[in-house]
Design a protein around this ligand. Structure first.
Ligand SMILES: Cc1cc2nc3c(=O)[nH]c(=O)nc-3n(C[C@H](O)[C@H](O)[C@H](O)COP(=O)(O)OP(=O)(O)OC[C@H]3O[C@@H](n4cnc5c(N)ncnc54)[C@H](O)[C@@H]3O)c2cc1C
Length: 391
């Protein structure tokens, strides 16, 4: 995005990437339909960035969701708003968008140099890259680092830049998983029989936050939209306390009283699993989840069962590795850049995207902030170069 803006403004732009091709994580995001942004009003949108809301607000206001939607449209990717308010291209893919985008960049004269792994600066302050043909250097008028976080390293972003920047005097907070899964000490039955099965339409509560959504049981524990939405708070709690207790309400649309009445109408001589299936359509996974939460011997009393269904606690014992997380928390501190996203420790070097220290839930907020900071960094470069030209 930064390359496009700069080339449009007449700059000669070279994009270096350590991978054999660019945009691999964008393509991976396309597997989930490519949730580009969210349609909610900015007053609701901006607080999704939590502690980074203040520094990101002017940048997203300058390149808001409407601008991103118009940009995608300009690349032939008309969008639609899904039932959850999330915005997707109609194709539900990233590849047509990336293809059109790369063609546009080519037309603008942007040169892409793949297999260039940036490793830092040499003694003369030149950018240093490892390539299959050996080390090369470059000395551009300005540099934008947009090296991503540390999740899914096989797609390119591996976080190797963090110690390089820290050594250069840039404040970098530890890279941690965001929107990732958690470990649960499942019984063998759940691990063997139910890994890969979703828990649909449940409500999960952690602390004072309750939300509706879907969770996915994995061999290791839990992941999925509802879990990701709480993942920052869960991660912080696990880091502090060693574990976190997450409460499931398996039938959020019904009251305890309604559940009790329905269960009481089933014959008490039938197996518990059968009664719960007939009364409430509880799936085998849901019944087993109750056993994980409350112990093997569930109560047969309808009221006690209803209480167990409305509040089933699971203990999360750890975080899944950052390599499997959707995104990364931590990164270059906003205190280390100026309002133009230029590193104060390295004048002429700008930072954009997920490598900056912000995090947000899934819902299109990740790409929106990545694109908006790319636009901002390009604007920063242009203002610096025009200042230099005047001086
Ligand atoms: C499975 C998955 C699904 C996702 N789905 C969505 C979604 O639907 N909606 C959404 O908003 N977000 C989604 N995301 C997150 C989103 O893709 C990222 O937040 C976004 O791509 C970050 O953009 P970026 O440009 O900062 O970093 P990246 O897209 O990671 O790009 C960084 C680039 O820098 C290159 N690089 C890294 N280090 C070096 C180096 N030392 N030298 C040279 N090149 C280097 C990498 O090869 C890479 O090409 C998803 C992520 C994953 C993993």
């Amino acid at each position: 995005m930064a390359a496009e803006r700069l080339a449009e403004a007449g700059c000669t732009v070279t994009v270096y990437d350590r991978m054999p091709s660019v945009g691999r994580k964008l393509l991976m995001a396309g597997r989930g339909g490519l949730n580009l942004t969210h349609s909610e009003a900015l007053e609701a949108f901006l607080p999704r960035y939590g502690a980074a809301t203040t520094p990101l607000t002017p940048l997203i206001e300058a390149f808001p969701p409407t601008a991103l939607i118009a940009w995608a449209d300009g690349l032939g990717q008309e969008t639609f708003v899904g039932s959850s308010g999330r915005v997707f291209p109609k194709s539900l893919k990233a590849s047509p968008l990336l293809r059109a985008w790369l063609a546009r960049l080519r037309t603008l004269g942007v040169e892409i140099r793949p297999r260039h792994d940036w490793t830092g600066w040499d003694a003369e302050g030149r950018l240093r890259f490892n390539t299959p043909d050996g080390a090369v250097t470059a000395a551009p008028d300005a540099t934008i680092l947009a090296l991503g976080g540390a999740s899914w390293p096989r797609l390119g972003s591996n976080g190797a830049w963090a110690p390089v920047l820290a050594k250069a005097g840039v404040a970098v907070s530890a890279l941690r998983p965001a929107n990732g899964g958690f470990d649960v000490a499942w019984s063998d039955i759940v691990r063997e029989r139910f890994a890969g099965e979703p828990l649909k339409g449940v409500a999960v509560t952690f602390g004072r936050v309750r939300l509706r959504g879907e969770a996915m049981v994995t061999r290791h524990g839990l992941e999925g939209g509802a879990i990701y939405a709480l993942s920052a708070a869960l991660r912080d709690a696990i880091e502090k306390e060693g574990s976190a207790r997450l409460w499931f309400d398996l039938r959020p649309d019904m009251t305890e009283g309604q559940l009790t009445t329905r269960i009481a109408q089933t014959p008490a001589n039938q197996s518990l699993a059968n009664r719960l299936r007939k009364a409430l359509h509880l799936t085998p996974l849901e019944t087993n989840l109750l056993r994980e939460a409350h112990g093997k011997d569930l109560p047969s009393d309808p009221a006690a069962l209803a209480t167990a269904i409305k509040g089933a606690p699971l203990t999360l014992t750890g975080l899944r590795p950052i390599a499997r997380a959707i995104s990364t928390a931590g990164g270059v501190a906003f205190a280390a850049v100026d309002a133009r996203l230029m590193l104060t420790a390295r004048p002429g070097v700008f930072v954009a995207g997920e490598m900056l220290d912000w995090e947000a839930p899934t819902g299109g907020y990740l790409l929106q902030a990545s694109f908006a900071t790319g636009v901002a960094a390009a604007r920063g470069v242009l203002s610096r170069l025009s200042g230099a030209a005047k001086a």
